[in-house]
Design a protein around this ligand. Structure first.
Ligand code: HPA
Length: 273
């Protein structure tokens, strides 16, 4: 397993050889948002390959780099591409980039993803602000020796998604007339999409949207003392709700189509943080 904190320190040293930028907000770009970098007044870019020990994604459509710069006046580090548990990485590796952004100085984590919609009334192309999550279908990223330098062995999860950040996103959605659902995100491992029976299970358990990322990242960030918010792009209705078979291409196409509105909402929200 190796010492997680030492590995993080080596990765941080690789970053600090390139930039001394201190972000306030760490933004993770999900499907369709890959080109959000265009919205950022760039100060530095670091390819994941250049960072010692960094997990690099294999999914088509996911680039791999950190972008440092400003959204409005707010200093941000942005992850263009993330790694997923289904790619075969350990959960510790999956959340390593999040922890690294914490060590760079980020206080706020802004998560985005593509997800299958479960809540009644949702349509492909809608957005959902994440107000809660169910992560217990995937291993916790905190399994293993506790990284005491980051946080407690038994961290509280009573408010994973910060209420004040939710209020900021809500306000931005009203001001920009971009309607947004609110609900619970549930992470499954993937990479297969769910069966209709599994989607029925997710709904019974209280999920409004289902995906293959994000909740584990939120746990690692909460452990490390970050304030967290998140928005899902409902790229499709979950299996069994949608009459059509699901494809990754459909997920990407829908996410690409509505990305401009989501970018507007993200920019407005971050500018107010
Ligand atoms: N299920 C799981 N993950 C997803 C989906 C889905 O329907 N759409 C986008 N990511």
């Amino acid at each position: 397993m190796g010492n997680v904190y030492e590995k993080l320190q080596r990765a941080l040293a690789s970053v600090r050889e390139r930039t001394d930028f201190v972000p306030k907000v760490a933004l993770v770009l999900g499907s369709g948002l890959g080109d959000y970098g265009e919205e950022i007044k760039k100060e530095a870019v670091i390819d994941y390959h250049e960072i010692e020990g960094f997990p690099v994604s294999t999914v088509p459509g996911h680039k791999g780099r950190y972008i440092f710069g400003y959204v409005g006046k707010v200093p941000v580090v942005c992850m263009q591409g993330r790694v997923h548990y289904y790619e075969g990485y350990s959960m510790q590796d999956v959340v390593m980039p999040i922890r690294l952004m914490r060590l760079m100085g980020a206080e706020i984590l802004f998560l985005t993803n593509a997800a299958g919609g479960i809540k009644q009334g949702m349509h492909a192309g809608d957005f959902m602000m994440i107000t809660g999550q169910i992560a217990s279908m995937v291993p916790s990223p905190l399994i293993g020796p506790n990284v005491d330098e980051l946080g407690l062995r038994f961290p509280d999860m009573s408010e994973v998604y910060d209420k004040k950040l939710q209020a900021i996103i809500r306000k931005a959605s009203v001001e920009h007339e971009i309607p947004i659902w609110e609900g619970t995100y549930m992470q499954l491992t993937g990479p297969n999409f769910e069966s209709p029976q599994e989607v029925a299970m997710c709904r019974t358990l209280g999920a409004d949207a289902v995906g293959m990322s994000t909740a584990c990242e939120a746990i690692a960030a909460k452990h490390a003392g970050m304030r967290i918010c998140g928005i899902s792009c409902i790229s499709n209705l979950a299996c069994g709700i949608s009459p059509e078979p699901l494809t990754h291409e459909e997920v990407q196409q829908t996410a690409d189509l509505v990305a401009p509105r989501l970018k507007e909402l993200i920019t407005a929200s971050i500018s107010a943080m």
